[in-house]
Design a protein around this ligand. Structure first.
Ligand SMILES: Cc1cc2nc3c(=O)[nH]c(=O)nc-3n(C[C@H](O)[C@H](O)[C@H](O)COP(=O)(O)O)c2cc1C
Length: 217
């Protein structure tokens, strides 16, 4: 892969940051182009270990992960077969696919755990940043057939398939289908802080967004 092509394609200006953040967070973006390099087993294990240490409501740890790697083609194809069509052309090249599942009830009481999805999201976030720190790229996918996944993997009724995650080393975006490639290299956009940080009442922008205000306080 020509390195300059990749760096040129990926060096598109991002939306202006409104405060300095850790490079690990600033540098992460969803990547859909994967190189053919496999992910070393100890690196995969570290990703799962990172997820393991995520915080969760009542320390319930409601997450489970079903892993499929390209080293095991039958298993890999089984998970690939759960993805919706638009994700297949690029996800088929990811060396690791992972289905995250949430247990919807507390194991001790059987009560509904309304934070289960939240906690699984935190576990996947921890896994994602561990992946970025290890030089990997990640794409999380809601685009999969939940019923198919439930049936193929015999996932119990009180568990909810949440997301499929594609993980691998960065590939050349030039190899992606055109529509996906455009998404891959487009500048990222985010709502500004005043769009979602409020104070005193819903919809009222917080003074913390304004650096001149925060310096005075
Ligand atoms: C829960 C979730 C589901 C997503 N589903 C898909 C998907 O099915 N296919 C896809 O190409 N990208 C998917 N994405 C990636 C988002 O499009 C991407 O995170 C978003 O556009 C922001 O871009 P960034 O991750 O580069 O900051 C998903 C991301 C998340 C967090």
């Amino acid at each position: 892969m020509p390195n300059d092509t990749v760096s040129q394609a990926l060096s598109v200006e991002e939306d202006c940051a409104q405060a300095e953040i850790h490079p690990l967070i600033a540098q992460r973006r969803t990547r859909r182009a994967f190189s053919s390099k496999l992910v070393e087993p100890q690196v995969v294990r570290a990703l799962l270990e990172a997820a393991r240490w995520a915080p969760s409501s009542m320390n319930e740890q409601p997450w489970s992960f079903i892993l499929a790697t390209r080293q095991h083609p039958v298993e890999f194809d089984r998970m690939l077969g759960c993805l919706l069509e638009f994700n297949v052309p690029w996800a088929q090249h990811a060396p690791v696919l992972l289905l995250a599942v949430a247990r919807s009830s507390f194991s001790r009481s059987g009560d509904v755990n309304r934070h289960a999805l939240y906690d699984v999201g935190q576990a996947v976030a921890a896994l994602t940043y561990q992946a970025i720190a290890s030089g990997l790229t990640v794409c999380q996918m809601a685009g999969f057939d939940i019923q198919k996944a439930r049936s193929i993997y015999s996932i119990p009724d009180d568990h909810e398939p949440v997301v499929v995650v594609a993980i691998g080393y960065q590939g050349d975006p030039a190899n992606l289908p055109e529509k996906v490639r455009r998404k891959e290299i487009a500048p990222r956009k985010r709502n500004s802080l005043d769009h979602f940080v409020f104070e005193a009442k819903w919809g009222q922008p917080s003074r913390w967004q304004d650096s001149s205000q925060t310096q005075r306080t």
